[in-house]
Design a protein around this ligand. Sequence first.
Ligand SMILES: NC(=O)C1=CN([C@@H]2O[C@H](COP(=O)(O)OP(=O)(O)OC[C@H]3O[C@@H](n4cnc5c(N)ncnc54)[C@H](OP(=O)(O)O)[C@@H]3O)[C@@H](O)[C@H]2O)C=CC1
Ligand SMILES: Nc1nc(=O)c2c([nH]1)NC[C@@H]1CN(c3ccc(C(=O)N[C@@H](CCC(=O)O)C(=O)O)cc3)C=[N+]21
Length: 232
Amino acid sequence: MKGNACERLGIDSKQIHLPEETTTEQLLDQIEKLNEDETVHGILLQHPVPNHIDERLAFDTIAIEKDVDGVTSEGFGQTAFNFGKFPSCTPAAILEMIDFYHIPVEGKRAVVIGRSPILGKPVSMMLLNRNATVTMCHSKTENLPEVIQQADIVIAAVGKPSFVQGNWVKQGAVILDAGYNKGNIGDVDYDSCVEKAGAITPVPGGVGPVTISMLLKHTVLSAEWKTAKGNI
Ligand SMILES: NC(=O)C1=CN([C@@H]2O[C@H](COP(=O)(O)OP(=O)(O)OC[C@H]3O[C@@H](n4cnc5c(N)ncnc54)[C@H](OP(=O)(O)O)[C@@H]3O)[C@@H](O)[C@H]2O)C=CC1
Ligand SMILES: Nc1nc(=O)c2c([nH]1)NC[C@@H]1CN(c3ccc(C(=O)N[C@@H](CCC(=O)O)C(=O)O)cc3)C=[N+]21
């Protein structure tokens, strides 16, 4: 889908599909080649990588100026401290949608379900920077439905189909479903949640396509900035 979107925009893209048994070292070599390739302006390493690969090391090998998905420690740190160029694409998409629909954030209670490096953690930082009161939930969270009950804004980033139930959410809550599971199913049980929600994103046709737009936007900006620098 990312490749097709690039084609529509006239961006050259290549998908490098490495076999599952690839070692961390081989992956780092591949990333370093892309870092050195002058024609490449953006690198996206698809999360999650297989367990035997050191994902943090692989993310941190991406050159900061090509880190269009905000996955390096430096990129994440910039997002957390509210000054980076490229936040992670899905969190950026979520904030884009919140702003487009004028959803108030300041002072509101946001509950984020999931804490992955590309989604739950960075979106929590971005909401915090917008003065939400943020609760980050994960697989060890106790009484999750009670925590979600408090939320004005629910961000579902769990990776479990139709996980969030309508009877867990407060009447009028804004629900953003970042989930994308087998069979095009989100992390939110849409039918029960739509009854309670003040606003809700569908799957498909919600956060996913906006994520791809953010990836293309970051890549175009990266290319433009490089060209501008080259011309100085
Ligand atoms: N639309 C888009 O652009 C994108 C969609 N996605 C989708 O979003 C979902 C999440 O992706 P991603 O963040 O990469 O997934 P990860 O598997 O990396 O992270 C899932 C998170 O959910 C938490 N979790 C798992 N089970 C529970 C539970 N029962 N209760 C509470 N928390 C739980 C995990 O907790 P713990 O840390 O304790 O293990 C973890 O933090 C997936 O459906 C994925 O396909 C992802 C990226 C982009
Ligand atoms: N480093 C990294 N960054 C990511 O952003 C990232 C990742 N790893 N790993 C995998 C997940 C998944 N993901 C999706 C993006 C768009 C759609 C999307 O556009 N979906 C369409 C589906 C359309 C259809 O299938 O018909 C929709 O929701 O409407 C889905 C899923 C990004 N991810």
